[in-house]
Design a protein. Structure first.
Lengths: 528, 673
C-alpha cells in the first residue's frame, strides 16, 4: 500500500514540479532540489509514528534539500529546527514560485518573498540570541523559555500564513495542469498537496505535543474525499496507521467504547486559525466548507457542477463509517487523549471552542459592562444580548439572570453577599440628599414665614431654625388678649425656658421656678 | 433620700471645713445607691443636680439614655460615656448626622443597643457609619423604617456582632437586602421581619442557611411558601417561630416536611388561610417538643385536630382565638392534653357550657384563661372554672353577658391568686366586687361598662387590693366621687386609671388621686364636673403623668393647662378635644418638651395663629390630630416645616358632637343584646 501511494505521489510530484519548469520565465536555480524536497518525501515522514511529526519531516526534507546547492547561502549546519523551518519555508516559497504558471504576478511574488525573507532573517537572529543566552544562563526559568517559544511560534505562524496565501495563488496552476483528464484521484492529489503545503505551518507545535498527530485541518474533510469514485484506498493508509495507534492510546474512552471512534487532534495554530478552508485560487479563507464551495463558483464553471457543490459525502467507505472524535492538543487537559479520563470532543467546532475557552486568553471584553471577558466571540455576543439584564449581582462580581441562582450561589459560598446595584444605592442616596435638601429648604421657608403675631425684627441669621422662629416672637401681648396674659405670664417664663436660650420669649423675669439643667430638660432616661 | 441630699448640700456650702460625706463613700457604693433610683428618671436628675461630684458619678453610672431631641445628642453622648442602650423612640427626626454623631461619640464603641423604631429621616449612609463604628452593637430596632431600602439593609450588614434585629414594616427591603444582612450578621439570634412585604422565599431561605444561631424568627405576613420552610426548620437552635398570616404556606407544603425542628418551643401559625386541619396535623406531629402553640384565626378546631395535640407532651399554652371550636374538640382537649398552664379561647364560637366545663374540670393547672366574648358561657362554666382552676392568676372574660351577677361572687371566693381580672361589659355588681376584694394580689382590674357597680363596690376593692396598678372604669356610670377617693387611698401604687364617662367624677376625686404618685395614665374623658382646679392638683401630685385624656371635660380651661405645663414634665400625649382651652393654654402646653402627641379637635377658643404658634413652639411633636378645616387655613410652608421636623398630621372631619344622654349608652347596649 505504501509503495502504491509512494508511486502515486511520486508520479504526481514529478509531473507537478516538472511542468512549470518548462514554461517558466523566471530563472529557477533551485529547481533540482524540488524533486528531492517535495511532498512525496514528506508523506512517509509524516506517517512514521516513531518520529516527531514536524521535526522529522523537516529533517528529511532538509537532508534531501541540502544535497542541492544552497541558493540563499543559509547555514545548513544549523541544528535549530526553527531555522530549518525557515529554510523549508524558503524552499516552499521557491517551489511555489516555480509552480506558478503564466498568469501569476512575478513582481508581487518577489515582493512577498523578499518580505518573507526579511522576516525569516529577523527570526533567525532572535533564535540565535536565545540560543546564545541559553548557553550563558543555564538556570533559565521555564516561564521565560515558554515565552520565547511562544514568541517564535507566533512569528513563524505569521510567516506561514503569508506563505500559504502566496502559495494559494500557485495551486490552481497545478490543478490546471491536470485539468485535461479530470479524474478524482488527481483532484485529491492536488488537495493533498495543498494540505501538505499548509501542514508545515500548522504542525509547528508538534514538538510541544510530542506526538505525531499534527494532521492539518484540511485533512479531515479530505479523508472523506478519499473514498472518492476512484475508490483509491491508498490515501487512507496513513490514517489507518494513526488510528491503530490512537486506539491504543484511547483505551479509556467513556461514552463510546474504545475503537468505536477515531481520535483526531488538531494543532493549536490550526485551531486558532481564523479560517480553516482556503480558496485554492485566490487564497481567501473561509470558516465553513460550504461557504468555500459557494465561493468557488466564481472561479469557473467547473465549480458549478452539482458534484463540486455537493457536500462532501461521508460514509461511503468502511473506514469512513467510524465515528470521529477530537482530542485537545493541550497536554494535561481532560480533553487531551493522553489524559487518564479522556473525554473526546465531538466536532471541530467543539475543539475550537474548548481550546479557546480553556487554554486561551479571554481577549474579548464586553463593551457594556467592561468586566466580562471571553475568548470565544460567540460567547461575547451571547453575553452582550443579556448584559445589563443580569441584574442579580454577587459581591464576587458574578452576575445572574435569575434571582434564585444568585441566592443559590450565595448560600453555597462563604463570604459572598448579594450586591445591591450601584445605581440603586446611588439613587437612594440621591433621594436622601434630596430629602435633606428639601427638608432644609422647608426649614428655611418656615423660618421666614411672616406670621401675623410676628412683630419683632426677624432674627433669621442662625441655623437654629425652630428656636429662631420662636425667638422672633418678641411681644406676645401684641397678639394675645391681656386678660389671658395675666395668668399666663406667671408660668410661662420657666415653661419656655429652652436649653438653647433663644426660647424664653415670655418675660423671663417673672419666673420663680428653678432653672433647669439644659440637658436634663431634654433628657429622660430610665435605668435598665 | 432627698432630705439627706439637701442636708448634705447645706453642709457643703455652710461648713467648708468639713468634707463632703459622700467623698468617704467609694464610687461602688454610690453606684449601688443609684441602682435603686431606677423607676423615675427625675430622681436621677435630682441626684445629679446635688453637686459636681454627684453629677459626674451619675454620668458615669448611667447605662441607658432616652433623649428627647436629637439636637442635643452630641452633648448627651459626651456626658454619658458608658451608655450602652440608646432609645431614640422619642426623637421623631433622626438624621444621618445624628447617627454619625452617635457613632463618633465616646460611647459609640460601648453602645450595645439602639432603638430607631419611631424615628425617620435617616438613610443607608448613617446606618453604615453606625454599623461600622459601633462594633459592639448587638441590638437594633428598625421597625417602621418604611423608607429603608436595600442599601440601608446592606449597610446594616456591617454590624457583624448584631444579635437582635427588628425590621417590622420595612416594606421596601427585598430579598437582596435581607440577603446582605443574612451574610453579614451571622450571629443573629432574633430576627423580626413582620410585614416586610418585599421579602420572599429566597431571602428567608438565605437567612435560614446563613444565620444558624437564630432563636427567634418572625416572618409574619411574608409572601413565603413551602420553599423556605424546610431550611427554616433545619435551624439548629430555633425556639420561637411566628408564621402568622403566611398565606403562601399550605397543606401540601406542610405535608412534605420530612422532619420538624427539634429545638422549637413556640409556634404561631395564626391566620394562615391556606392551612387546614390536615396541614396543622402534619406540623404538630413533627414538633413534639412544642410548649406554646398559637392557632388563632385558623381552621375549625375539631376533635381529630385536638387529638393530635396529645402528642405534644411539653405543651404549656395554647391559643385558639377566633377559631370555631367544636364541643367534641374541647372534650378531647380536656381528656387527652397534658395539663395546660394557659388557654385562650377568645372570640371562639361554639363554646358551650357543657364542653367547656368538662375541659376546665380536667385542666386544673390553668393559670391564665381567656374566654373573652364566649357569649354562650353561663354561670355553670364560671362555677366549674372557679372550683377546679383555683390557681388562676389571669381571667379575662369580657362580654360574657350570660353570666349572672351572682356567679361573680364565686371568683372572689375561690380564685384568690388572681392578679389580672377583666370583667368588662359584664353583669357584675357590688356584691361581686365585695367578693373579688378578697383577691388581694390583683394588679389589673377592668370593670369597664359594668353598669351595676357603684362606689360601694369599689370601696371593697380598695380595702384589700393595695397592689392594684391598673383600674378601668370606662363607662361604669354608677361610680361616683367616693369610689375614686377610696381607690386613691387604698391603692397607692395605681399607675393607670380610666374613669371616662363616669359622670359623677369631681375635682375631689382627682385631688385624692393626686396621692397616687406613680400615676402615669389618666383618662377622664367626658367627666363634666372636672375643672381646671382638679387637673392642677393632680399635675402637682402626679409628676409621672405621661398620658392625659380630658376630652369633653368642658370645664377645663387655660387655667388647668398652665400648671400642667409647669409640673407635668413627663407628659407625652394629651387629648384636649371639646375642652375650653384656648390659644394661651395651648401655647403654655407647648412648652412641655416631652409632648409628642396632641389631639385638638373642636376647641372653640382656638384661633389659627394660636395654633400656629403652639405647633411651632412644641419642638418634639410627632403626631397632631386636627380638624380638617385647619388644613386649608394653615400655611403650607408651616406644615412642610413641621413635617420636616418629624411631625405627622391626622386630619379629622368629624362634626361637633353634643354630649349624649348618659342613659343613651345603656340603651345602646340593650339594643345590641
Amino acid at each position: 500500500m505504501e509503495d502504491l501511494e509512494m508511486d502515486d505521489e511520486e508520479t504526481l510530484c514529478a509531473e507537478t514540479w516538472l511542468k512549470p519548469s518548462s514554461g517558466n520565465s523566471i530563472p529557477q536555480p533551485n529547481q533540482p532540489s524540488f524533486t528531492n524536497f517535495t511532498l512525496p518525501k514528506d508523506q512517509p515522514a509524516c506517517e512514521d509514528p516513531s518520529l516527531l511529526d514536524f521535526g522529522v519531516r523537516i529533517g528529511t526534507s532538509f537532508s534531501k534539500y541540502s544535497l542541492a546547492p544552497d541558493h540563499h547561502g543559509q547555514s545548513l549546519q544549523s541544528n535549530n529546527s526553527n531555522r530549518n523551518q525557515g529554510n523549508v519555508n524558503q524552499q516552499i516559497n521557491e517551489a511555489l514560485q516555480v509552480g506558478k504558471a503564466q498568469d501569476w504576478d512575478p513582481p508581487a511574488m518577489l515582493n512577498n518573498l523578499s518580505f518573507l525573507e526579511q522576516k525569516i532573517h529577523q527570526l533567525q537572529g532572535m533564535v540565535h540570541i536565545i540560543g546564545v543566552r541559553r548557553g550563558q544562563i543555564l538556570q533559565q526559568s521555564d516561564e521565560i523559555a515558554m515565552q520565547q517559544q511562544q514568541m517564535i511560534t507566533a512569528d513563524l505562524t505569521s510567516i506561514i500564513v503569508q506563505l500559504i496565501s502566496t502559495a494559494g495563488s500557485l495551486l490552481p496552476l497545478v490543478k490546471h495542469n491536470f485539468a485535461g483528464p479530470t479524474d478524482g484521484a488527481t483532484g485529491q492529489h492536488n488537495r493533498q498537496m495543498s494540505e501538505i503545503l499548509c501542514n508545515p505551518g500548522l504542525g509547528l507545535n508538534a514538538t510541544n505535543t510530542g506526538e505525531s498527530h499534527g494532521r492539518g485541518g484540511p485533512n479531515i474533510p479530505n479523508q472523506s474525499n478519499q473514498a472518492g469514485p476512484t475508490g483509491d484506498t491508498a490515501h487512507s493508509h496513513p490514517l489507518d496507521e494513526r488510528e491503530l495507534k490512537e486506539e491504543d492510546d484511547a483505551d479509556e474512552g467513556e461514552n463510546l467504547p474504545p475503537g468505536s471512534y477515531e481520535i483526531l487532534q488538531l494543532e493549536k495554530e490550526e485551531i486558532l486559525a481564523p479560517h480553516t478552508h482556503f480558496c485554492t485560487i485566490c487564497g481567501k479563507g473561509f470558516k465553513r466548507d460550504a461557504n468555500l464551495r459557494m465561493h468557488m463558483r466564481g472561479h469557473g464553471d467547473e465549480y458549478k457542477t452539482p458534484e463540486a457543490l455537493a457536500k462532501p459525502n461521508k460514509g461511503n467507505g468502511s473506514e469512513a463509517m467510524l465515528l470521529k472524535r477530537y482530542s485537545c492538543p493541550f497536554v494535561g487537559c481532560k480533553r487531551n487523549k493522553d489524559h487518564k479520563k479522556f473525554q473526546p470532543l465531538k466536532t471541530i467546532l467543539c475543539v475550537k471552542n474548548h481550546y479557546k475557552r480553556t487554554h486561551c486568553d479571554k481577549s474579548y471584553i464586553c463593551s457594556r459592562c467592561n468586566t466580562k471577558k471571553f475568548s470565544v466571540i460567540a460567547d461575547l455576543k451571547t453575553h452582550e444580548k443579556h448584559c445589563g439584564k443580569d441584574k442579580w449581582l454577587c459581591s464576587c462580581g458574578t452576575t445572574f439572570s435569575r434571582k434564585d441562582k444568585l441566592f443559590g450561589h450565595i448560600a453555597l459560598f462563604q463570604g459572598h453577599t448579594p450586591a445591591i446595584p450601584l445605581d440603586e444605592s446611588k439613587g437612594a442616596e440621591g433621594l436622601f440628599e434630596q430629602g435633606q435638601a428639601t427638608s432644609g429648604e422647608k426649614t428655611k421657608v418656615a423660618q421666614s414665614i411672616n406670621f401675623s403675631f410676628h412683630t419683632g425684627s426677624h432674627n433669621g441669621s442662625g441655623v437654629k431654625n425652630i428656636m429662631d422662629v420662636k425667638g422672633s416672637i418678641d411681644d406676645p401681648c401684641s397678639y394675645f388678649s391681656p386678660i389671658n396674659m395675666n395668668s399666663f405670664n406667671e408660668f410661662s417664663g420657666a415653661a419656655f425656658d429652652d436649653p438653647d436660650g433663644g426660647f424664653s420669649f415670655f418675660i423671663p423675669d417673672s419666673c420663680n421656678y428653678d432653672q433647669k439643667n439644659d440637658l436634663d430638660v431634654v433628657l429622660q432616661a430610665s435605668e435598665q | 433620700m432627698k432630705k439627706r441630699k439637701i442636708a448634705d448640700c447645706g453642709q457643703e456650702q455652710g461648713l467648708e471645713l468639713h468634707q463632703n460625706f459622700f467623698n468617704t463613700l467609694s464610687e461602688e457604693i454610690v453606684f449601688t445607691i443609684l441602682d435603686f433610683l431606677g423607676d423615675n428618671p427625675l430622681d436621677k436628675k435630682s441626684f445629679s443636680l446635688v453637686c459636681k461630684c454627684f453629677y459626674s458619678i451619675e454620668a458615669v453610672h448611667r447605662r441607658a439614655i432616652r433623649p428627647l431631641r436629637t439636637e442635643h445628642l452630641p452633648k448627651i453622648l459626651s456626658r454619658y460615656p458608658n451608655a450602652e442602650r440608646l432609645d431614640l423612640t422619642l426623637c421623631p427626626r433622626v438624621t444621618d448626622a445624628s447617627l454619625v454623631a452617635i457613632s463618633s461619640s465616646p460611647c459609640g464603641s460601648s453602645l450595645r443597643s439602639i432603638d430607631l423604631s419611631r424615628s425617620r429621616f435617616f438613610s443607608a449612609g448613617g446606618l453604615s457609619r453606625l454599623a461600622s463604628e459601633c462594633v459592639n452593637l448587638t441590638e437594633i430596632d428598625l421597625s417602621n423604617a418604611t423608607d429603608l431600602r436595600d442599601p440601608g439593609a446592606a449597610a446594616l450588614a456591617g454590624a457583624r456582632n448584631l444579635e437582635r434585629l427588628w425590621l417590622g414594616r420595612c416594606k421596601l427591603i427585598t430579598d437582596m437586602g435581607i440577603g446582605c444582612i443574612a451574610v453579614g450578621c451571622q450571629r443573629l439570634k432574633l430576627l423580626n421581619l413582620k410585614w416586610c412585604l418585599g421579602i420572599g422565599d429566597l431571602g428567608v431561605g438565605l437567612v435560614a442557611v446563613k444565620c444558624s444561631e437564630l432563636r427567634t424568627l418572625d416572618v409574619s405576613y411574608l409572601q413565603i411558601s413551602n420553599k423556605c420552610l424546610p431550611s427554616i426548620l433545619k435551624l439548629p437552635y430555633l425556639e420561637d417561630l411566628v408564621l402568622e398570616g403566611c398565606f403562601g404556606i399550605d397543606d401540601d407544603s406542610l405535608s412534605t416536611l420530612k422532619h420538624g425542628c427539634k429545638s422549637l418551643k413556640a409556634l404561631d401559625i395564626s391566620s394562615c388561610q391556606n392551612i387546614s386541619h390536615i396541614g396543622l396535623f402534619y406540623i404538630i406531629s413533627r414538633h413534639e417538643g412544642l410548649q406554646h402553640l398559637t392557632l388563632a384565626h385558623g381552621p375549625p378546631v375539631t376533635a381529630p385536630l385536638a387529638a393530635s395535640l396529645r402528642k405534644l407532651t411539653m405543651l404549656q399554652s395554647i391559643k385558639l382565638d377566633g377559631c370555631s371550636v367544636t364541643c367534641s374538640a374541647l372534650k378531647v382537649m380536656g381528656s387527652y392534653c397534658v395539663s395546660l398552664g394557659e388557654l385562650s379561647l377568645s372570640k371562639c364560637s361554639g363554646i358551650t357550657d357543657e364542653a367547656f366545663s368538662f375541659l376546665v374540670t380536667r385542666q386544673k393547672q390553668l393559670k391564665r384563661l381567656d374566654i373573652t366574648c364566649c357569649r354562650k358561657i353561663t354561670d355553670v362554666s364560671l362555677a366549674h372554672i372557679t372550683s377546679s382552676c383555683t390557681g388562676l392568676t389571669s381571667l379575662k372574660m369580657e362580654s360574657c353577658r350570660q353570666v349572672s351577677k351572682e356567679a361573680f361572687v364565686l371568683i372572689g371566693q375561690r380564685c384568690n391568686f388572681l392578679e389580672e381580672l377583666d370583667l368588662t361589659d359584664n353583669e357584675v355588681d357590688d356584691e361581686g366586687l365585695k367578693s373579688i376584694g378578697r383577691c388581694s394580689r390583683l394588679i389589673v382590674l377592668k370593670l369597664g361598662i359594668c353598669l351595676n357597680i357603684t362606689s360601694e363596690g369599689l370601696s371593697h376593692i380598695s380595702r384589700s387590693c393595695s397592689k392594684l396598678v391598673e383600674l378601668d372604669l370606662y363607662r361604669s356610670s354608677g361610680i361616683s366621687e367616693s369610689g375614686i377617693v377610696a381607690i386613691a387611698h387604698g391603692c397607692p401604687s395605681l399607675e393607670m386609671i380610666n374613669t371616662s364617662y363616669c359622670y359623677g367624677i369631681t375635682d375631689n376625686a382627682l385631688m385624692s388621686l393626686s396621692k397616687c404618685t406613680k400615676l402615669h395614665t389618666l383618662e377622664c374623658r367626658a367627666c363634666p364636673l372636672i375643672t381646671s382646679l382638679g387637673l392642677g392638683v393632680i399635675t402637682i401630685g402626679c409628676k409621672q403623668l405621661a398620658k392625659l385624656d380630658i376630652k369633653k371635660c368642658n370645664k377645663i380651661d387655660d387655667a388647668g393647662m398652665i400648671p400642667l405645663a409647669h409640673f407635668s414634665e413627663n407628659l407625652r400625649q394629651i387629648n384636649l378635644s371639646y375642652t375650653s382651652v384656648t390659644d394661651a393654654g395651648l401655647l403654655a402646653l407647648a412648652s412641655i418638651s416631652c409632648l409628642q402627641s396632641m389631639t385638638i379637635l373642636h376647641l372653640k377658643g382656638l384661633t389659627l395663629s394660636g395654633l400656629t404658634a403652639a405647633l411651632l413652639a412644641c419642638g418634639g411633636l410627632a403626631k397632631v390630630k386636627l380638624h380638617a378645616t385647619f388644613r386649608s387655613c394653615l400655611p403650607e410652608t408651616l406644615l412642610e416645616h413641621l413635617e420636616a421636623r418629624g411631625c405627622v398630621f391626622h386630619w379629622r372631619n368629624k362634626p361637633f358632637q353634643a354630649e349624649l344622654d348618659p342613659k343613651c349608652w345603656t340603651m345602646l347596649g340593650d339594643t345590641l343584646q
